[in-house]
Design a protein around this ligand. Structure first.
Ligand code: FE2
Length: 568
């Protein structure tokens, strides 16, 4: 038995003691106790798709009540919140009508003001903040395709807010009596020891289907205080420019088109669909591949960049494509310099999120972003990132703690929640199912290179896929749903995955686990450079290219933004 294994067993023993205390403190009501990661690694479990459910559903039509425009002129719509800093909040909305046609004329953003009136009492708006506005156009200079230009998109940053406080607000232009109805939001607590956000909803690959409505209704029922949207939002790029019916697969819709088309009014529908929730709960977004939306001359991400306010300036990133923010005592980090400056005594939880998963045992997108994993994983482990959320794969999967494809008690917990309900349907095939191991050419990334690898050790040695569910995959299920993260204290966080079909059931959880940190043990392991955290001695994939260099980190992790910046 290796020294590492002995350490891990000791850790488990201590962990079980801790579990008992936690179970008494947190449950205490006779419920079945919730497992903790201290009991892991868990034997892999698969729950296959329930054939009595629908694997997918059509998109909601633009005339659906949740998508239809219900205001006119310069009255605000698509109102949304995003966190800026602990004491500031972005308010965004759209005024004026979007246009679509062969010839479109962009609206003048200066023709209407960007104002937010707000205060701590209903109807008493003691403060007014102004902001900026813009329009964007999605232009297709090709025979037979239509162009789009947006309504006026407003972004106002409210500053100097009190933490943990409820605010009432209206937005719009007071000078022309075009203000919205009153909305409310509650600021998050100020970051500090033992102060945490209440409930964080994590949603991936949502789309705008009948399944998406169930997901959002379920999220609303679960009363989040913050929403983390891990990419692939509206699926407007499953349409041709003339609207029509959405296509249920990414690659089959445009076989002969000169460019991948989009139908931008879907974005406006998505903004209306989300408004009831995100006009009172801040939503943080990450770009996915469905947000690329190429135009002529290499223009990309126009809609994503125009519509969503993110704290890029506040976090010093200078880019909409990566940023970090504090949410109570949990930090959501996308930058290495942010990783370095995090004081874990103040911010004990470090949560990272990006769209494509590194660990994924489904056939879909299998090893697709292996380059990114190889170049960034060491950095994340060195900075003891606790949890990594991703989407992209349209199903649920929670990993055992894993580093470089080897079980490791100090590695992050990777969770895939690309199961928001989009038009492309649930993924049901596993790479370890007979005949379902994809060929290396099946899952090519849109950016970041190809680094597919055969395993060099373990049960899958010499193979691209395992013959059974890999040991690093703790639980996977093909179903639509969403997750809720609740930070309990500096070492315990409760993760719950909710299936859509359980929306009307009490106390039914698709998956639930306490994610438990071992800061002292893992700090010591990092400091000592023990085998469990040393990439040079880790041989899960046989890769020699683990290179924690700043340049490589930037190149790979920010591939989307670099491609965008280079006009590629
Ligand atoms: Fe995706």
């Amino acid at each position: 038995m290796s020294a590492d294994l002995v350490n891990y067993k000791l850790l488990l023993w201590v962990g079980k003691m801790t579990l008992i205390i936690a179970a008494m403190a947190v449950l205490g009501n006779g419920q079945k106790s919730i497992p903790t990661t201290l009991e892991g690694p868990f034997k892999p479990v698969t729950r296959r798709f329930d054939p009595s459910l629908r694997r997918g559903s059509d998109d909601l039509g633009m005339d659906h009540p949740r998508l239809r425009r219900t205001v006119s002129g310069y009255f605000p719509e698509q109102i949304a919140l995003a966190l800026s800093a602990p004491t500031s909040m972005w308010v965004s909305w759209v005024t004026g009508g979007a246009q679509i046609g062969t010839h479109v004329t962009a609206l003048d953003p200066s023709s209407v003001a960007s104002e937010v009136w707000y205060g701590k009492e209903s109807g008493k708006y003691t403060n007014k903040q102004t902001g900026m506005s813009m329009v964007y156009s999605q232009l297709y200079p090709y025979e037979g395709l239509l162009n789009y230009t947006s309504g006026i998109i407003h972004h106002v940053r409210l500053e100097g807010l009190e933490p943990g406080t409820k605010y009432y607000y209206k937005c719009g232009d007071g000078s022309i009596l075009a203000l919205s109805e009153e909305h409310t939001f509650e600021t998050l607590p100020l970051p500090g020891p033992n102060v945490y956000p209440r409930r964080i909803a994590v949603i991936g690959d949502l789309g705008l289907t009948h399944n998406s409505t169930t997901t959002i209704d379920h999220v609303t029922q679960n009363d989040p205080s913050l929403i983390l949207m891990v990419g692939d939002l509206s699926y407007a790029n499953q349409y041709r420019t003339n609207g029509g019916k959405g296509a249920s697969c990414f690659s089959c819709a445009f076989p002969d088109a000169p460019i991948r088309e989009t139908y931008q009014p879907r974005w406006d529908g998505w903004g209306r669909f989300m408004e009831p929730l995100i006009s009172r709960v801040p939503m943080m977004v990450i770009e996915g591949n469905h947000e690329i939306e190429p135009q002529a001359a290499g223009v990309t991400f126009k809609s994503y960049l125009a519509r969503f306010a993110v704290p890029s300036e506040e976090s010093g990133s200078g880019s909409h494509f990566y940023y970090s923010f504090d949410a109570g005592g949990a930090q959501y980090a996308w930058l290495m310099k942010d990783l370095e400056k995090v004081d874990r005594s103040v911010t004990p939880w470090l949560v990272a999120a990006w769209h494509p998963p590194w660990y994924n045992s489904y056939s879909s997108h299998y090893q697709e972003f292996e380059c990114m994993r190889q170049q960034m994983e060491t950095l994340l482990n060195q900075h003891r990132v606790d949890i990594v959320f991703s989407g992209h794969v349209h199903a649920y999967e929670r990993m055992n703690r894993v580093y470089n494809y080897m079980l490791n008690p100090c590695a992050p917990v990777y969770i895939t929640v690309g199961d928001g309900g989009n038009i492309e349907q649930v993924d049901v095939d596993h790479a370890d199912d007979p005949g379902k191991c994809p060929s290396p050419g099946d899952n090519m990334p849109e950016f970041g290179g190809v680094c597919h690898l055969n395993f060099s050790s373990g049960p899958a040695k010499g193979k691209f896929c395992w013959d059974w569910q890999p040991e690093w995959s703790a639980f996977r299920e093909s179903s639509f749903g969403h997750g809720i993260l609740e930070v309990i204290n500096s070492t315990y966080a409760l993760w719950t995955w909710h299936r859509n079909q359980d929306i009307f059931k009490d106390n039914v959880k698709g998956d639930q686990i306490y994610i438990v940190q071992q800061p002292e043990f893992c700090s010591r392991a990092t400091r000592d450079g023990s085998r469990s955290l040393d990439p040079k001695q880790s041989d899960g994939t046989g890769s020699d290219s683990l290179a924690p260099l700043i340049a490589l980190f930037v190149t790979v992790s920010l591939a989307i933004s670099l491609l965008h910046g280079l006009g590629i």
